[in-house]
Design a protein around this ligand. Structure first.
Ligand code: FAD
Ligand code: NAP
Length: 337
């Protein structure tokens, strides 16, 4: 396995930020992992597709890009299948593999960039589905103890765009393989109105998983910038969960506030961060080459030469303004390095 020196990370992060890694290597096998550990280079930065990181500086130590591959059908019953995938598989390729085999559960998560191994980090979610809904277990390597560990769903402490790997175990475990339980008799999840409406507009009343996946992809392509054309990491901030009273207070002044109940929680509601940012006047604005996307204010973009610090400054200005105007704190969803 080759360890390169002073490598530009521009092709390896979807913001297209031109930060450098002191050392850089690609992980393709168990032997590679052993060689990396023997080399004992610190700090170690674990990278998948780079679609959820903001690089604010050159990185000392070693950036390790995960390309552990392989999709397996592990076992099946009359109703379900258990599948596993190497952490370096492209997430959307796994979704397409499941759809080709008519295994349901991943279709609403179509076209999310990045790797399988990063999916548990923030419990990826879209259109009313989350990774945790189909998650069985994962295998990881503890980088400090060298221990090989298995995490079941409850061990991962999945939450809204959150898990133990974004908290106590942040940067400390290398996820190597993920197991998912998919269904042989899929039932469409149409809880998000835009998805139900789009299918209805196409005259589809009983969508199969392929139609659902295609519709999700159409919506995403119409709203989200393609990172290959305009650098971005999708939603920069999480949707904030705020006390009902604060939501009601904002609604008095802004009756069109977009808010959603949180199932099983009567004290908090989820606000659409994109609405708050847009209402604060940021949609479509730019400071130098760092900007707020014209169609979706939750997405920050790099118009070409923005540095990670430029994007971070813009994010901080937005946070301060939204706090001042609405009393709401926005928390980044993106991992800031
Ligand atoms: P990276 O950005 O490479 O890494 C993210 C974090 O995970 C880092 O902290 C990294 O150290 C860690 N990590 C990566 N791999 C491993 C591993 N094997 N073991 C341990 N740690 C690891 N997210 C959603 O949830 N829903 C969406 O709908 C969605 N839409 C998006 C749309 C666009 C256009 C873009 C650009 C991003 C979107 N995202 C979305 C965010 C992103 O795609 C996901 O968070 C994705 O899971 C990140 O995968 P990655 O491989 O690129 O991770
Ligand atoms: P949207 O449909 O314009 O909706 C705005 C926000 O309202 C979303 O963020 C979503 O929250 C929430 N929402 C909508 N319908 C809901 C419902 N029935 N119940 C609960 N909450 C509801 O959003 P969008 O920006 O086009 O994104 C569509 C989906 O793709 C969302 O699920 C979003 O999370 C996901 N997405 C994620 C990223 C990312 O980088 N994380 C990027 C693009 C899209 P949630 O975000 O909590 O679902």
């Amino acid at each position: 396995m080759k360890i390169s020196s002073s490598i530009s990370l521009k092709p390896f992060n979807t913001f297209g930020i031109d930060a450098r890694a002191e050392r850089f290597a690609v992980l393709r096998s168990e032997e590679d992992l052993r060689a990396i550990l023997r080399a004992n280079i610190a700090p170690l930065h674990l990278l998948g597709g780079g679609s959820n990181v903001l690089l604010t500086k050159d990185l000392p130590g070693l950036v390790l890009r995960n390309e552990l591959k392989g999709i397996e059908l592990e076992s099946e019953t009359g109703t379900h299948v258990l599948i596993s995938a190497g952490a370096g598989e492209v997430w959307h390729d796994l979704v397409m593999w499941a759809i080709d085999n008519n295994f349901g559960g991943l279709e609403n998560l179509s076209l999310i960039p990045g790797t399988v191994g990063a999916a548990p980090i923030q419990n990826i979610g879209a259109y009313g589905a989350e990774l945790k809904d189909v998650f069985e277990k994962l295998e990881a390597f503890h980088l400090e103890t060298g221990e090989r560990m298995v995490f079941k769903s409850e061990d991962c402490r999945f939450g809204y765009r959150n898990s133990i790997f974004k908290n106590e175990l942040k940067g400390r475990c290398l996820i190597t393989r993920v197991w998912l339980r998919l269904t042989k008799s899929p039932r469409p999840n149409l809880s998000y109105r835009i998805l139900a409406d789009s299918l209805r507009n196409k005259g589809i009343t009983q969508p199969g998983i392929r139609e659902l996946s295609e519709t999700v992809m159409e919506i995403r392509r119409s709203k989200l910038p393609d990172p290959a054309l305009l650098g971005n990491t999708g939603s920069f901030f999480k949707n904030p969960e705020v006390p009902v009273q604060l939501c009601e207070a904002i609604k008095k002044e802004f009756p069109d506030l977009v808010a959603f109940p949180l199932p099983g929680n009567e004290e908090l509601v989820k606000l659409a961060a994109g609405w708050l940012i847009e209402k604060a006047g940021w949609k479509g604005r730019r400071i130098g080459d760092a900007g707020v996307h014209e169609k979706q204010a939750l997405v920050l973009v790099n118009y070409g030469k923005a540095t990670g610090k430029d994007i971070l400054n813009l994010a901080q200005e937005i946070q301060a303004d939204v706090k001042e105007k609405f009393g709401v704190s926005l928390e980044p969803e993106v991992n800031i390095w």
